[in-house]
Structures are given as C-alpha cells and as structure tokens.
Design a protein around this ligand. Structure first.
Ligand code: PLP
Length: 418
C-alpha cells in the first residue's frame, strides 16, 4: 500500500522469509500430505519431547507455572535466569561472562533485527553496514535492514572435495573491511549449508574484527552450546567484543520464542532497552523450562547425547537416499555435512532456475527452499545459488525418502526437456 511509510513498506512487503513461513504454515495446517523438506523447524525427537513434558509437569506440580505466567520479567530477562545462564557458560564453555553479558530476547530472529539496526544504518559517521563474510547465509536476515544498502556480503571460495562434495570457505583475499563496516555476522553452523567455520577461519575473523574495532556476530542457533549439532570438534568461543546469539528453538522449543544474546554490557543494555520499547518483556516460559537444566549438565548432554546424534544419523540417511535417487549420471554435489539440519544440494548445469524447480516440486507436494534466497547483500548477480536447494531432513523418514525421490525424478525430467 503506497500510504505505508518507507520503513513500513520495507518490512511489510513480500519477501523470502515471509513466503517461506507462509508455505511452511500452510503445508503443516492445510496440506498435511505436503512433504515438508523446506522448513527449519526441529524434528519431533521423543526423548526431547518427553523432557519438556516432564518439566511442564514439574512446573505445574510445584506451582511455579502460575508465578511464571502471571509476571512480567524485566526487559533483559529474568535476573535469576541471567545469573544461571552466565554461570552455565562459564562452567561448561569456559567463557569469561557474568550476568551483565547476558540478555534474553524474544527469539534470535528479533535479536538480529534489533542488532542489525542498532549497529548499522545512518550514523553521524555516515552510512554503516553489516558485512556477511560467508554467503550463502540465513534467509531470515535478508529483509531485516531498515535502510537501503545496510547489508553487504562476500562471496565464498568453493572448494571441491571429489565429485560429490564441496565446502564454502571464507575468501579472505576478497573480504575487505572498509570504514563503513559496523560488524561481521555469520551463522555457525550455517543455515542453509550446514557449514561450520574452521578454527582458522573463526580466529582470522576475530582478528580482523578486533583490528577494526567492530563486533564479530556469531549466530549459534544450531550450534554451541546447545543444541550443539556440530559434527566436528571445533566450537566457537565468545570473547569480549563479540556478539553471540543462542536460541532455545532448535532444542525443540521454537514455540517459546526465547533466545539469549551474549555481548559486552553496553550492547546488553542497549538490547534490553530496545526490548522494553518493542516488546516490554520476554516470554518467560522458556526460561522457566530450561533454567534447572542449565544448573546441572542436562542441557549440554541433551545436545551431545541425543540431538546431535539424531541429526547426524538423519543427515547420513538423507544423503544415502539422495545419492541413490540422483544416480551417477548427473553432475551434482552436496555441501560437506558439518552441522545443522539441512542438506545443501548443488545441481550443477541445472537447466532451469532453482526457483522454478521449487514450483514444480510444490505442484508434486514436495516443499524445498530454492538457493537464491540465501544470497543477499550483493551488488552483482551470483548465479551459483540458482543451482542450489536447501533440503530439511527433520521430518519422518518416509516423508524424506518420498520427497528426495520425487526431487531426483523432477531434476531428471528438467534435464531431459532441455
Ligand atoms: N538464526 C538461524 C541461523 C536460523 O536458522 C533461525 C531459524 O531457523 C533463526 C536464527 C531464528 O531462530 P529463533 O527461532 O530463535 O528466532
């Protein structure tokens, strides 16, 4: 609508994340026969669901649910929870933090929206921008800037490991930190690719950010310290000057809309104040559910012993199904599966854009995400993601199997037509 403000039009116009969430919501509610390989929602893992039921039961029995539901928390989060969280990070991860470094937010989605617009946009020193050093990156960031040109991004190096596997690497020769860069931001593991920064890349990014006096923002939605769906040994480590985001969503609690940002006290205070303006306070049920599990090692063990092995097994299974279905004759490769919940498929020489393949698959009741959504902040077109798809394997195995087989069939058809 033309009477909407400029900011209103930026936020209210159609965009990738809104289409994705609409498709996802419709698929789950209106078309139960849709094979959902598209969303980022966590799998229903019986052991994890049992734990949340058990915690809710305990809250009902001890009467703490009444208190939780009745009260507004302070905008930075429940003070006791912030203490508990800081102690957990210090004890289990060895990070030098106190509650002054912890702010609870009503989701990491909203935390990033506030952070991007806190740090970048119009400033007294001119326009500042957020730099994404390793595209493709999370679709949900793409429309969060309130001003034009607030995001910029760096293309990766593509390193091929044999005919069927590749990995994106930070291209440090291409990555330039100019005076207009306000912060670096990367999801780790990356949604959509499942990439995990190597230790060398992480410390090189840290040194670059430190040298330029800007924050390195790491989005740990799938990673450290929970749900810890990282298959290798390296875990990023928070240090003063960095901004880390941790979410409760991927431990099976997207419904509680709760995340935690770990940052310097000035950033914590700014976010807390912004939270008061935008939301008054956070939902507090998530904090109440996980608080006691942070005081012992349950939260960590849940990730390491249940969630990470579950997704590793699913990832191997999906890879096996896809390898068989696509066969030997087509040129395709998967991104190295280092973490998160996705396969990132590169269909080399795909004769149609991935966006059209998405439509054809949707007509056959398979929902995937075409790759172009994950390339943003670029001044020039980048064709590579138009040959890529993000595929989720968190749904039941039969759904994943049928979905991937239909996908392979549709790819073969598209090639035969070309
Ligand atoms: N960051 C990444 C990388 C994600 O994939 C997601 C959700 O899929 C989010 C943030 C948003 O998470 P939350 O549910 O905490 O808003």
């Amino acid at each position: 609508m033309s009477s909407f403000s400029t900011i209103g039009q930026r936020l209210a116009g159609p965009c990738g994340i809104q289409e994705l969430m609409d498709d996802l919501g419709e698929a789950l509610s209106l078309y139960p026969d849709m094979r959902m390989l598209g969303g980022g929602q966590p799998a229903a893992i019986p052991q994890v669901q049992a734990l949340w039921r058990q915690r809710m039961q305990a809250m009902l029995e001890e009467g703490s649910l009444d208190r939780t539901l009745l009260n507004y928390d302070p905008p930075a989060g429940n003070p006791q929870f912030r203490e508990t969280f800081a102690a957990f990070l210090k004890r289990e991860c060895g990070w030098e933090v106190t509650s002054e470094n912890i702010v609870v937010m009503p989701s990491s989605q909203s935390a990033f929206f506030l952070l991007f617009n806190l740090l970048a946009g119009e400033t007294l020193q001119g326009k500042k921008r957020i730099l994404f050093p390793l595209l493709p990156d999370y679709i949900g960031y793409a429309n969060q800037a309130l001003t034009e040109g607030q995001f910029t991004a760096c293309l990766p190096r593509i390193s091929e490991h044999g005919p069927r596997e590749f990995k994106y690497e930070v291209d440090f020769e291409r990555l330039k930190i100019t005076p207009d860069i306000a912060a670096l931001c990367v999801s780790c593991p990356t949604n959509p690719t499942g990439n995990v920064l190597t230790e060398t890349e992480f410390y090189q990014l840290r040194d670059l950010a430190r040298h330029h006096g800007i924050p390195l923002m790491i989005d740990n939605a799938y990673g450290h310290p929970f749900p810890d769906v990282i298959h290798g040994p390296f875990r990023p480590r928070w240090e003063p000057g960095m901004i880390f985001s941790i979410s409760l969503s991927k431990v099976g609690l997207p419904g509680v809309r709760t995340s935690v940002v770990v940052a310097d006290p000035a950033i914590v205070k700014a976010l807390s104040n912004m939270n008061a303006v935008v939301s008054l306070a956070n939902g507090n049920v998530g904090q109440a559910l996980v608080g006691p599990l942070l005081r012992d090692d349950t939260m960590l063990r849940l990730g390491r012993e249940v969630i990470q092995p579950f997704y590793k097994k699913r990832s191997d299974l999906a890879k096996g199904i896809l390898t068989q279905a696509l066969g030997d004759d087509l040129p395709w490769a998967l991104h190295a599966q280092e973490g998160a919940f996705f396969l990132w498929l590169w269909l080399k020489d795909l004769p149609i854009p991935a966006a059209e393949l998405y439509q054809r698959l949707k007509a056959r009741k398979v929902l995937v995400i075409p790759g172009h959504y994950f390339a943003f902040g670029l001044d020039e077109p980048w064709l590579h993601p138009q040959q890529c798809l993000r595929l989720t394997y968190s749904q039941p195995t039969t759904v994943v199997q049928e979905g991937l087989e239909i996908l392979a069939d549709e790819v073969k058809k598209a090639r035969a037509e070309a």
